[in-house]
Design a protein around this ligand. Structure first.
Ligand SMILES: CC(C)(COP(=O)(O)OP(=O)(O)OC[C@H]1O[C@@H](n2cnc3c(N)ncnc32)[C@H](O)[C@@H]1OP(=O)(O)O)[C@@H](O)C(=O)NCCC(=O)NCCS
Length: 163
């Protein structure tokens, strides 16, 4: 289930985002305290606009959040980002969530022509998610950004509007 985050999600976010394995290949540090998770919620709230949407990935029964996925619109381009609790990896959940967000975005933004996603080249799981969503590998961008004080290469994936 995908739905908006609320302030009540801070503890559930902390439960997965405090895991160093989850934070290893993302731009943010593993959460050290509930304050970091509340900070994440504040960050999402500060970005709220027609050009940015974020959803909690929730257990369908308990509705407890165990991941996140977001969509950012930049004119005719879009971008998706995601993270999931380590104990749910490998079940197809982020692929399912990303496919749902992509289908939503093509409808929601008629001007959207292309959606991109980025990951560290060694993030095999993320690369596979992008492929399973129908994205194609575009390029390996050397020293594309600084993450946790280090210049990193990025693998760029994209898909174009088909209808
Ligand atoms: C990357 C991540 C989002 C994948 O989510 P997920 O729900 O486990 O992904 P899915 O189950 O939908 O698909 C993962 C695919 O990658 C494959 N995979 C995972 N780890 C792999 C590895 N180390 N080597 C090769 N393939 C790998 C899985 O086998 C699966 O492919 P398959 O269906 O063909 O077998 C999740 O691992 C995660 O949240 N990681 C930490 C945060 C992160 O890296 N976010 C992305 C930043 S760009």
């Amino acid at each position: 289930v995908l739905s908006e985050f609320t302030d009540a999600d801070a503890e559930a976010i902390f439960a997965y985002a405090s895991n160093p394995r989850v934070a290893e290949m993302v731009t943010w540090d593993a959460h050290q305290s509930l304050e970091d998770s509340r900070g994440f919620l504040a960050f999402l709230a500060s970005k709220a606009s027609p050009q940015f949407r974020a959803w909690a990935i929730r257990d369908p029964q308990s509705l407890r959040a165990f991941g996140s996925i977001s969509f950012s619109q930049y004119d005719v381009r879009g971008q998706i980002d995601y993270a999931l609790s380590a104990d749910h990896w490998g079940c197809g959940l982020v692929t399912e969530a990303a496919q749902a967000v992509l289908a939503w975005a093509w409808e929601e933004y008629p001007a959207l022509m292309r959606v991109q996603a980025y990951c560290l080249p060694q993030n095999a799981g993320s690369r596979r998610v992008m492929e399973k969503c129908g994205m194609h590998f575009v390029e390996l961008r050397p020293a594309a950004m600084v993450v946790k004080g280090r210049a990193v290469d990025l693998a760029v994936y994209a898909m174009e509007r088909t209808k």
